[in-house]
Design a protein around this ligand. Structure first.
Ligand code: GLU
Length: 468
């Protein structure tokens, strides 16, 4: 079977799940299709004075909830099919983690390494201008965020451009998420997707009977892990997974990969890469010059956290991992998905596992609309109550408690504590929901996730009275 387009893959996964539901065809069609896509072309004046035409898109997949939400990626191969597929995934992702947004995604077809910072700023500002002009951005309309090739800096340019073009600026901060903390961003957003991958994976590994089926013991401790991609998602996922007790045995980047069955120290690898410009030749590790080959090395858990379609029909038969944890969007093609399921490999799907980013984006958006930092009103009150409680305990016991323990218990929740706690709860609940659906329908976790998403989006449409 040859590989089909990204959008066709997502839709195939949708169809596979749709047969488990009882919704009428028209409603399923409406849930699946992309509502609107804005394709644009605009000129960029390069630093040397030459003119180049830039191609870009923003796809709004579903307005069953508004605003629509999703990142903007800067990548050389991005195209309309990819942006639409990613926008569809955003709709399902938001539904699975109960984030009340529709799905969207943007893309600009550039290799960002080939442009100066000033050029990137001009591109980002012009793109935002186009979005404003066509009503494709706004706190209640469509809210972009970082994705592959973008980060807080691009988001602050988007905010500034939006602000300068709109007259009512009260809620303008909420027009984009993933902003720098000093400009309305929320603490913990940068780490959120990787942290969510860790929470989701830890929850999956906590079910002893599921692990037994894979021949594994429960818990993350001691499990061997290979991570592909050391970008924002891959790096943070690897960091939290390592801190959670697993052993990172392999790391892959575009210039090559490294493997050490006894474990790699993530921070030392990052430092080595910064110093030498490459992940290769890390002391004590084996070099794998063809980076993709690292996906096929022995490990318990494989975390593809780079781009889509890295596990395809051709290499799916050679994957040795027992669990694939999808940090990236669409890393496993529909063909590979079938092969891996037949082989009994557990896939924790992207639409659930990497939803931590958009979950914390939701918290950022709420914070912007509330115009107050989380915990500002309650922190001191909590601290006072805890202190009184501990004082009472000390009086009853007639002895002093350990001062370090006291300090840990007394401190009221900071904004980051609250964000992380909201994220942890979201990932744990969402996992157990899809796990239960998978058991009920005797199917895999991806199909269960899509069933869950379809049902939730269907409820929204039905509540709107569109399909009486
Ligand atoms: N780009 C991220 C994703 O694919 C985050 C989107 C957002 O925060 O809106 O989920």
């Amino acid at each position: 079977m040859s590989e089909i387009s990204f959008l066709a893959q997502v839709n195939r996964m949708f169809e596979k799940a749709a047969v488990h539901t009882k919704h009428p065809k028209g409603l399923l069609d409406q849930i699946r299709i992309c509502n609107s896509t804005y394709a644009m072309q605009f000129p960029l004046k390069r630093d040397d004075g030459s003119i180049e035409v830039i191609r870009a898109w923003r796809a709004e997949h579903s307005q069953h909830k508004t605003p629509t939400k999703g990142g903007i990626r800067y990548a050389p191969n991005v195209n309309e099919d990819e942006v639409t597929a990613l926008a569809s995934l955003m709709t399902y992702k938001c539904a699975i983690v109960d984030v009340p947004f529709g799905g969207a995604k943007g893309g600009i077809c550039i290799d960002r390494r080939k442009y100066s910072e000033a050029e990137l700023e001009r591109i980002t500002r012009r793109y935002t201008f186009e979005l404003v002009k066509k009503n494709f951005i706004g706190p209640g309309i469509d809210v972009p965020a970082p994705d592959y090739g973008t980060g807080a800096k691009e988001m602050s340019w988007i905010l500034d451009t939006y602000n300068s073009l709109t007259s009512d600026s009260l809620d303008a901060l909420a027009c984009v998420t993933g902003k720098p903390v000093g400009q309305g961003g929320v603490r913990g957003r940068k780490e959120a997707t990787g942290r969510g991958v860790f929470f989701g994976l830890r929850e999956a590994c906590s079910h002893a009977e599921d692990m037994a089926q894979l021949g594994l013991s429960p818990g993350l401790t001691g499990k061997t892990v290979i991570v592909q991609g050391l970008g924002n998602v891959g790096y943070h996922a690897a960091k939290f997974i390592q801190e959670g007790g697993a052993i990172i045995v392999g790391l892959a980047e575009y210039e090559g990969a490294i493997y050490n069955a006894n474990g790699l120290d993530l921070e030392k690898v990052v430092k080595h890469r910064k110093e030498t410009g490459s992940i290769l030749n890390f002391p004590g590790a084996e070099n794998i010059t063809h980076s993709q080959a690292a996906l096929e090395l022995p490990c318990d858990i494989l975390v593809p956290a780079a781009l889509e379609a890295v596990i395809v029909g051709e290499n799916a038969t050679r994957i040795q991992a027992k669990i694939i944890a999808e940090g990236a969007n669409g890393p496993v093609t529909a063909h590979a998905d079938t092969i891996l399921n037949e082989r009994g490999i557990m896939i924790i799907p992207d639409v659930f596992l990497n939803a931590g980013g958009v979950t914390v984006s939701y918290f950022e958006w709420l914070r912007n609309l509330q115009h107050v930092r989380f915990g500002r009103m309650s922190k001191r009150f909590e601290q006072n109550m805890q202190t009184r409680m501990l004082d009472a305990i000390q009086t009853i016991m007639g002895k002093k408690l350990d001062p370090q323990f006291m300090e840990e218990v007394i401190h009221g929740a900071s904004e980051e504590d609250l964000v992380n706690s909201g994220l942890e709860d979201t990932m744990i609940n969402a996992y157990n929901e899809i796990r239960m659906i998978a058991q009920q329908h005797k199917t895999d976790l991806r199909t269960a996730s899509f069933i869950n998403a379809i049902d939730k989006v269907a409820v929204s449409y039905l509540e709107m009275g569109i399909f009486p």
